[in-house]
Design a protein around this ligand. Structure first.
Ligand code: PGA
Length: 254
């Protein structure tokens, strides 16, 4: 089996480079010993380059949390895929629910994904329903996101995308509850089916599908055992040295 992915989403944390370097160095101590996972830290833009300079091992990768949908020009305040690549990012989160809530549309996400792939950065596409209702419309919701976000993406490049199932109700400090491993498993299978419908069963088999939403050192084991996922997108727990190291160790051993 190919290596699992443990992806940290630091969001707008920590607030100083000194703290960011501290977290990075602590995590590196365990990552260096891990054999079965890739650890990817998705950090605020200003930390990419300084952390790239500290990076010496391949199993430790860096990602950005957003990107602009063009490569250069008069876009005050935006950051180009070329810039994040140059600063050390191999990955970039797109379509996170917190950015969708700020107005990022599926059309924007689709443009960003194409541009990232063109510049050899792997998109981590977040999909997931805002709420669960009794009629299973959340499956249609996720399908629509996948179809629109991946519209006209070259089939041979799809395998470079990571899909993160992140039900919005399970994310962050306002989460109503965690998803169950069974719910995650159902959605993982469904996401692979959606990918198969737009490409082929072999691409659907190869693409990495991960889970994010209140992942902790206490529930990560069950998600691996019963959730059928290729890894995790971890928010709050990735800012705690003890918790994130434990998550890395648990997943590496599984
Ligand atoms: P959480 O965040 O682990 O704090 O729930 C996950 C995410 O937003 O990617």
């Amino acid at each position: 089996m190919s290596k699992r992915l443990i992806i940290a989403n630091w969001k707008m944390n920590p607030v100083s480079l000194r703290e960011a370097e501290y977290l990075f160095k602590e995590f590196k101590k365990v990552t260096i010993k891990s054999k079965n996972i890739h650890t990817i830290l998705c950090v605020p833009f200003p930390y990419l380059y300084p952390l790239k300079k500290l990076k010496t091992i391949l199993r430790f990768l860096l990602g950005a949390q957003n990107v602009f949908k063009d490569v250069d020009g008069a876009y005050t305040g935006e950051v180009s895929p070329l810039m994040i690549a140059d600063s050390g990012a191999n990955f970039c989160i797109v379509g996170h629910s917190e950015r969708r809530a700020m107005g990022e549309t599926d059309v924007d996400i689709n443009q960003k994904i194409k541009l990232l792939l063109k510049n050899k950065i792997s998109p981590i596409l977040c999909v997931g329903e805002r709420e669960r209702d009794g009629k299973h419309t959340y499956f249609d919701f996720v399908k629509r996101q996948i179809v629109e976000d991946l519209k006209n993406v070259q089939k041979n490049l799809l395998k470079n995308i990571v899909i993160a199932y992140e039900p919005v109700w399970a994310i962050g400090k306002d989460a109503t509850r965690e998803a169950t491993p069974v719910e995650v498993n159902e959605m993982t299978i469904f996401i692979r089916k959606c990918i198969s419908d737009i490409s082929s069963s072999s691409i659907a088999h190869d693409i990495k599908v991960i889970y994010g939403g209140s992942v902790t050192k206490n529930n990560v084991s069950d998600f691996i055992e019963y959730g059928g996922v290729d890894g995790f997108l971890v928010g709050r727990a990735s800012l705690s040295v003890r918790d994130f190291i434990k998550i890395i160790q648990i997943v590496d051993k599984k």
